[in-house]
Unconditional design. Structure first.
Length: 357
């Protein structure tokens, strides 16, 4: 009878221990789920970016484009919003980055052109954040057909673009302007210049993409959208007319690395040191483009489908971090849970055998 009580006590004790560890594992699992994004940012060293004077991010949004700049004065700018397909992931990462910087509103949004892979996340963005200044392309939507003759601009008959333009004009207390040549100053050491298309109407929507040139201290970044070779030629010729050289440290390669963009003449003119390619499909970036980048002795090419989110921290020095997609914390948790349960079962079995002896 006494042995039966001892055995019953040992079984109860083992059940309590296993239950405790199972509850603990569930708590840890819940923590991982809630903080998965934060842990990944921490794991990949993005705290160095968050402490920089200028922060620039190139999001991993598949075969699409979305970028963010946070300036020294706390103002923020988004250039394109990715596709509708990737809007949830874009929103999660954007929200985390903005919260880490105490940013509650977006000061500027630039939409380079009307293609879905550059504007698809705009409606969700505008619903989540107050955007104070919207810079839209000189392309009319179906919802604006009645004012087409007023401007004489090209009209694009896509539902997503119509939704985006409608939502932009419904944004409370916000300004909406067409993309034009413009220069912004953010303190004494930071400037951003927009080089808009010189024509009022282009045959391709990609050709409306402006060049956006960011300079902080001695470091520069050039955003290109889907700028075509036609736009590249305009850009180079305008610089030559001004007798201006525009060396670029970091180049966001146009049109996801398509072979029909980023000409050798363009690369020779701007002499980039590092290239970032926002791409998700097979065949991008194109081998011909990679060869051209090699010809100008590019130091490094970061492709978002390979390395994930790319972050640049710019002050007296430049910090580059990538948020790799290889750190699968839920998988790690499950693996560790299995190991712990096996270990507990092993210990329990050994204890019972020892007591029988």
């Amino acid at each position: 009878m006494k042995n039966a009580k001892i055995k019953h006590f040992n079984i109860s004790k083992n059940v309590i221990i296993k239950t405790f560890f199972l509850v603990l594992l569930l708590v840890v699992f819940a923590f991982f789920l809630v903080n998965h994004n934060a842990i990944n940012f921490w794991y990949n060293g993005f705290s160095d970016i968050f402490s920089s004077e200028i922060q620039t991010y190139f999001f991993d949004v598949g075969q699409a484009n979305a970028s963010l700049i946070i300036f020294p004065n706390g103002q923020s700018m988004i250039i394109d919003t990715g596709s509708k397909e990737t809007q949830d992931e874009f929103a999660r990462e954007l929200s985390f980055i903005l919260s880490k910087n105490g940013v509650e509103e977006i000061d500027f949004l630039i939409l380079t052109h009307s293609d879905e892979d550059h504007i698809g996340g705009t409606v969700a963005l505008l619903k989540a954040f107050q955007v104070n200044n919207n810079l839209r392309p000189k392309i009319m939507s179906v919802s604006e057909r009645e004012v087409e003759n007023t401007y004489g601009y090209k009209t694009v008959e896509t539902q997503i673009y119509s939704q985006v333009i409608t939502q932009i004009y419904q944004e409370p207390n916000a300004r909406v302007e067409f993309v034009e040549d413009k220069v912004f100053a953010f303190g004494n050491q930071t400037s951003l210049q927009i080089f808009a298309g010189e024509k009022e109407v282009y045959s391709q929507t990609n050709s409306y993409s402006p060049f956006v040139y960011l300079q902080h201290r001695e470091t520069s970044v050039l955003f290109t959208g889907d700028a075509t070779i036609e736009r590249e030629t305009e850009f180079i010729e305008s610089l030559e007319k001004q007798s201006r050289e525009l060396d670029v440290d970091f180049l966001q390669v146009a049109h996801h690395g398509s072979k029909y963009n980023t000409s050798q003449e363009f690369l020779d003119a701007i002499k980039p040191n590092v290239a970032i390619v926002c791409a998700g499909d097979e065949g991008y970036p194109n081998e011909e483009v990679l060869k051209r980048l090699e010809n100008v002795k590019i130091e490094e090419v970061y492709v978002t489908k390979v390395v994930g989110l790319v972050g640049l921290g710019i002050d007296e020095k430049v910090v580059i971090k990538i948020k790799t997609t290889s750190v699968d914390l839920p998988f790690v948790f499950v693996a560790l849970s299995c190991v712990c349960l096996c270990w507990l079962n092993f210990i329990s079995t050994r204890t019972n055998r020892w007591k029988k002896l």
